[in-house]
Design a protein around this ligand. Structure first.
Ligand SMILES: [Zn+2]
Length: 392
């Protein structure tokens, strides 16, 4: 009995030490998330980032701080269907700037890695903007430069749909999918100019969402390391917008980085089928919302919320996020992987990763797997910071 009690005390003690250790490592590391869609959410629903949005969104300012986020790339999305995608992007940046103005003690916009490190030192979230979709600068390199001046530090060349100058993963894998303006897959001559312009400005080229031909055209064109701001591993989950082994190797060779996306459907191969069945079951309600003029994304989202008991069952096990991170490490090494959650752009984060307060669970899992603090620092943000510096 005495020995049992002693063993109990010792294991409780080591548990406490362990939990202190991973929290300490998490707090000390620079945590960078390269993809959060809150700004687009704000546009449609008028959510205010610096209020308590628990239960409504995956993120708000205070929860982001609670989760230990040091650097956040805020995504500014467009599918090109808006009347003026450039103005649409600028309005999203305006709303971020307003949050920053009201909360200068907590968050600051940074233009480069020096300002970023200063912000982190001052315990403020360093905010940068990522433009997702490529439509926002309206084929005008002057507007691209103007977006750079507003803090945009990466452009995801396509979204699910293509731009006239770059084909997306969705379109390239669909026999009826759109071709570029030269009638082919991949980058056009102007698309290559876009990559070169981004290289010269010090803007990261983001290959998430792009088709394989576009991907390899980018790799052949860029003179700087690229990022995948929110992509996972095709070998573990064969989704058309995940990265195949050869692509992961090409990114490592380019000294770029793959930021793992949390979306259940991108990390767990069983989700797609179950999710389709769920959406089919509620199709008539989704259709009637869309007929009433609701945007398809929000029509679907309302069904996930309305039938939460069913939709929550679709979430992937947490462990799969770690498996995707480890897959990249085992394939090309620890220097080429990071985190691009896609929070507030996805309906189904994995179990346990309910919102931005749960990032420490990733650090905990990596500590449990035996990764060194040095390697964990790289995964949580060091790798992305290396790529950012190399682009400046
Ligand atoms: Zn996306």
């Amino acid at each position: 009995m005495k020995t049992l009690l002693l063993t109990g005390i010792i294991s409780l003690y080591s548990l406490a030490i362990f939990s202190q250790d991973y929290q300490k490592i998490h707090n000390k590391a620079i945590l960078v998330d390269t993809h959060n869609d809150f700004l687009t959410q704000t546009m449609e629903k008028n959510f205010i980032f610096d209020t308590d949005l628990k239960g409504k969104t995956h993120s708000d300012l205070n929860r982001m701080k609670e989760g230990g986020v040091d650097v956040q790339f805020f995504s500014v999305w467009s599918d090109g269907e808006q009347i003026d995608p450039y103005a649409f992007a600028n309005r999203q940046i305006d709303s971020l700037d307003a949050v920053i103005k009201r909360n200068s003690d907590k968050i600051v916009k940074v233009a480069n890695s020096i300002e970023l490190l200063k912000a982190v030192k001052n315990r403020k979230i360093a905010a940068l903007v990522g433009v997702e979709g490529g439509h926002q600068f309206e084929n005008d390199l002057g507007k691209l430069k103007a977006l750079y001046n507003r803090g945009v530090r990466y452009i995801t060349l396509t979204w699910n749909n293509s731009t006239p100058w770059a084909t997306s993963a969705s379109d390239e894998t669909n026999p009826d999918g759109a071709k570029n303006s030269e009638g082919k897959k991949g980058l056009t001559a102007f698309g290559k100019e876009v990559v070169q312009k981004m290289n010269s400005l010090g803007m990261l080229v983001d290959i998430s969402h792009v088709g394989e031909q576009t991907f390899y055209d980018v790799i052949a064109t860029t003179t700087k390391p690229v990022i995948a701001s929110h992509s996972s591993v095709y070998a573990l989950c064969p989704h058309k917008r995940n990265l195949k082994d050869d692509q992961i190797k090409a990114i490592a060779k380019n000294d770029g980085v793959i930021q793992i996306n949390f979306n259940s459907g991108f990390i767990d191969p069983t989700v797609d089928k179950r999710e389709s069945a769920f959406l089919d079951k509620h199709k008539s309600e989704i259709d009637s919302l869309m007929q009433a003029g609701v945007n398809p994304f929000f029509a679907q989202e309302s069904i996930y919320i309305k039938y939460a008991d069913e939709s929550q069952q679709l979430r992937a096990p947490f462990e799969l996020v770690i498996q995707h991170i480890e897959y990249v490490i085992n394939l090309v090494g620890v220097d080429y992987v990071g985190i691009g959650s896609d929070f507030d752009g996805i309906f189904l984060p994995p179990k346990q990763l309910d919102d931005v307060t749960n990032y420490p669970l990733i650090t905990k899992a990596l500590v449990e797997k035996g990764y060194s603090e040095k390697d964990i620092d790289k995964i949580l943000g060091g790798n992305l910071l290396r790529v950012l510096k190399a682009n400046e």
